[in-house]
Design a protein. Structure first.
Ligand SMILES: Nc1ncnc2c1ncn2[C@@H]1O[C@H](COP(=O)(O)OP(=O)(O)O)[C@@H](O)[C@H]1O
Ligand SMILES: [Mg+2]
Length: 138
């Protein structure tokens, strides 16, 4: 990998939500990545950021830029996901009322990540945290 960017996201970080995905977008634009790929990475990055803020106790997003692919790694410390199949189901969400009132919690984040990435892998340990790796061909 020729380039790496790391963003920390704290729990409840709604004020700065979207900042990491905006920086990722700007970086990829400067590197001359196609708009089509930038759009996919931005959507996946934004949903990742929101999930760290809403569902985890804090984590980080790492963007690695290579010649042939881009990789997003999202790693958090938190409750983990008990049933990954269920969590991947469109429309399924454990978000509370407060989060929904802010306009989040549609249950589309994980499905959108999977749909936009060329390769998607998720693993989670209850009481420890969650890790997602997404690859995008450039
Ligand atoms: N990093 C995470 N840690 C713990 N649970 C998570 C995490 N990401 C997602 N989840 C669980 O998976 C569900 C679905 O996530 P997602 O598709 O992004 O929808 P939403 O964020 O709108 O709830 C969440 O409601 C939550 O229960
Ligand atoms: Mg989400």
């Amino acid at each position: 990998m020729s380039y790496e960017l790391v963003f920390e996201v704290a729990r409840g970080d709604f004020d700065t939500a979207g900042e990491a995905s905006r920086k990722i977008k700007r970086t990829l634009q400067q590197l001359g990545v196609s708009n089509k790929v930038i759009r996919k990475v931005s959507i996946a990055g934004y949903e990742s950021e929101m999930n760290l803020a809403i569902h985890s106790d804090g984590g980080k997003i790492t963007l690695e830029v290579g010649e042939e692919e881009l990789m997003l790694t999202i790693e958090d410390i938190g409750p983990g996901i008990a049933n990954i199949d269920l969590a991947m189901t469109a429309g399924w969400s454990t978000a509370g009322d407060e989060v929904r009132q802010m306009g989040f919690g549609a249950g589309m984040g994980l499905p959108n990540m999977k749909n936009n990435a060329d390769n998607f892998a998720i693993s989670s340990k209850i009481g420890e945290g969650t890790k997602i790796i997404m690859k995008f061909l450039v």
